[in-house]
Design a binder for this molecule. Sequence first.
Ligand SMILES: Cc1cc2nc3c(=O)[nH]c(=O)nc-3n(C[C@H](O)[C@H](O)[C@H](O)COP(=O)(O)OP(=O)(O)OC[C@H]3O[C@@H](n4cnc5c(N)ncnc54)[C@H](O)[C@@H]3O)c2cc1C
Length: 416
Amino acid sequence: MHYSIFSLARQALLGHRGWTAAWRDASPKSSYDVLVIGGGGHGLATAYYLARHFGIANIAVLEKGWIGSGNAGRNTTIIRSNYLLPGNNPFYEFSMQLWEGLEKDLNYNAMVSQRGVLNLFHSDAQRDAAARRGNAMRLHGVDAELLDRTAVRRMLPFLDFDNARFPIEGGLLQRRGGTARHDAVVWGYARAASDRGVDIVQNCEVTGMIREGDRVVGVETTRGTIRAPKVALAVAGNTSRLTAMAGLRMPLESHVLQAFVSEAIKPLIPGVVTFGAGHFYISQSDKGGLVFGGDIDGYNSYAQRGNLPTVEDVCESGMALMPMIGRLRMLRSWGGIMDMSMDGSPIIDHTPLDGLYLNAGWCYGGFKATPASGWCFAHLIARDEPHPVARAFRLDRFASGYLLDEKGQGAQPNLH
Ligand SMILES: Cc1cc2nc3c(=O)[nH]c(=O)nc-3n(C[C@H](O)[C@H](O)[C@H](O)COP(=O)(O)OP(=O)(O)OC[C@H]3O[C@@H](n4cnc5c(N)ncnc54)[C@H](O)[C@@H]3O)c2cc1C
């Protein structure tokens, strides 16, 4: 069913009784051409682009819970392409361009809102780093503006500009950055993939990998054995668990990242703002709640819930940036499991096992990557060679030392 003003009007006249389910909740077959494990944004986008652009439609997406129950439905919805390194920059800009055409492509309202992302700086050294990043972005054709203190004050007068420890000196603005509605992205990809024949199989946990020598030829699931010549992992924080089933260890750690939303207030924050002197970022949802987050919890975990010290830490940073936030009540907080890589950058690559493909290491920045990640992973699976903008996301870089350390923090997941 095509969604349009005409279908809406037609359904209104019919009392809204004619809407059909957005996607088929399929039962698994015994074999497919491609199995995508993980019904988050990345897995569903991969299946969609495989069907749409690479002519492979005999695909199942296997999801252990319901689609979007992982990080795709838990993130703070920020999209941007303000990257510094040549290995990252073209990929994230490709993603941004896909976001810009996504709703038309999927025929689905993903609430893509390019309301701007502003990274604040608080010292001369940080200004230099922001200018360098902005210049690198512009050299790659990405929009970037360096704002001084007065321009930031005009935009966000309520921030604590004269904070004794962290005075605000300015910010790097990407106006094309912003937010998108995370659930809608999942539902939009699911609907578009299902329309092209992809089986979306929920409540189907992968419990084992079937190996024939050095080749993976299928999976064991809670709904039976399913075979396929190509098995693609897009399971975010559960990656190391899944690869362990095939006998592989990954250069990843799983950590919880929490997010928070306040009670709804009138429009206050025009875009996304990040604090440069602590890990804190904030935006405002269309419902009015302030959505914010900060650091990962400092220990490894597969539990989708966080701990109180991080709540305190995030709220402290929030108070340092905009003290008036202390007058608000917090409504909810939640956690998701991050697949933290050792250099903070992702992996889209073959594994050492034939037939097993890997999409992982997104840390807490994978939502913005969803469209490009899906496209590039589909390219790799279909053609067995990396997409030109994702060549740097190799698994063997952790052995060769050719790291993509965007933040220059080294192999410390807690700092990425
Ligand atoms: C609190 C929070 C805030 C974030 N904020 C941002 C942000 O603002 N911007 C940004 O770019 N990124 C952000 N991220 C990161 C982003 O959400 C993730 O990097 C991205 O969503 C990961 O890809 P995914 O959507 O495919 O993962 P997921 O949605 O986690 O998908 C993986 C799926 O695999 C399934 N699965 C796991 N094991 C199995 C199994 N054995 N069998 C079958 N299925 C399995 C899971 O149930 C899950 O649904 C944030 C994350 C969190 C938690």
